[in-house]
Write a protein that binds this ligand. Structure first.
Ligand code: KIV
Length: 292
């Protein structure tokens, strides 16, 4: 039996609390040992479905460059594009906290520029928090944003906006020295006021060490099971994006195949003149359904 066909005895909808997730709840979840669940979302319909499933955080990731725009990297993703998708996601999400990614070079030039750009994600997109990549070089910016009341999530390890410098999408912090640097970055981000930290593609042992040394929660992606929460790109989880599936991702469904099959059946019925049925046939069908 595929994992997609396994149904919980009680639907998630009934088990999941309906209270809106707020930034301070995440530290409480870490304290209580409750794992945090985050998925990326890019539109209102998907946000509504993930919300219904009880996902705690929805990230409007700059991965939208890959899965929505078909680009090779996240580097060309613009602030306007993230605002556009954030607005859609915030329309669909009721309970989940919506985090918007700050795209490449929208926060590195100066703290003032970062503040203006982050403000647009809150005011125009409706985000409740922003995420930005990097360690000690972005600490001053994170401090200014959080002091101004804008919650910031950090992102360390494999940071896709630095893919050119890192030499591609490869695991980070692989030796002791790099691991120590990453731990120092994590402590600095916490000290600057970040409320949570994404740890991407680092050894499990390093993620475990960071998680135990921080009060704020860590959310792992390819960083092992010891993080306080997990995030994946939703298109990977749903089996919608098959150009490249990272080794750490898990497909919980194969919706790509479902979509192709539905479109093929529609095309076949249109070509054979089966769809649409005549209005008389549709009325008869509606009548039968009502009688049932
Ligand atoms: O953009 C994104 O989707 C991300 C996640 C992979 C953490 O940053």
């Amino acid at each position: 039996m595929s994992s997609a066909s396994v149904r919980p005895a009680v639907s998630n909808h009934e088990r999941v609390p309906t209270k809106k997730v707020r930034v301070p709840d995440l530290a409480l979840m870490k304290e209580r040992g409750q794992r945090i669940v985050m998925l990326t979302a890019y539109d209102a319909t998907m946000a509504r479905l993930f919300d219904r499933a009880g996902v705690d955080l929805l990230l409007v990731g700059d991965s939208l460059g890959n899965v929505i725009l078909g680009l090779d990297t996240t580097i060309p993703v613009t602030l306007n594009a993230v605002i556009h998708h954030t607005r859609a996601v915030t329309q669909g999400a009721c309970r989940a906290l919506v985090v918007a990614d700050m795209p490449f070079l929208t926060y590195q030039v100066s703290a003032e520029q970062a503040m203006q750009n982050a403000a647009r994600l809150f005011q125009e997109g409706g985000a409740a928090a922003v995420k930005l990549e990097g360690g000690r070089p972005v600490v001053d910016t994170i401090r200014k944003l959080t002091e101004a009341g804008l919650p910031v999530m950090g992102h360390l390890g494999l940071t896709p906006q630095h893919a050119h410098r890192l030499g591609g999408m490869r695991q980070q912090a692989r030796n002791d020295e790099a691991a120590q640097e990453l731990i120092l970055d994590a402590l600095a981000l916490e000290d600057a006021g970040a409320f949570a930290l994404v740890l991407e593609a680092i050894p499990d042992s390093v993620a475990k060490e960071v998680t135990s040394r921080l009060k704020i929660p860590t959310i792992g992606i390819g960083a092992g099971p010891q993080c306080d929460g997990q995030v994946l790109v939703s298109y990977d989880v749903l089996g919608l994006f098959d150009e490249f599936v990272p080794s750490f991702a898990k497909q919980y469904a194969h919706l790509g195949e479902v979509v192709v099959s539905a479109a093929e059946t529609f095309a076949d019925e249109v070509r054979r003149g089966v769809f649409p049925a005549s209005s008389a046939a549709r009325r008869a069908q509606a009548h039968i359904s009502v009688e049932k």
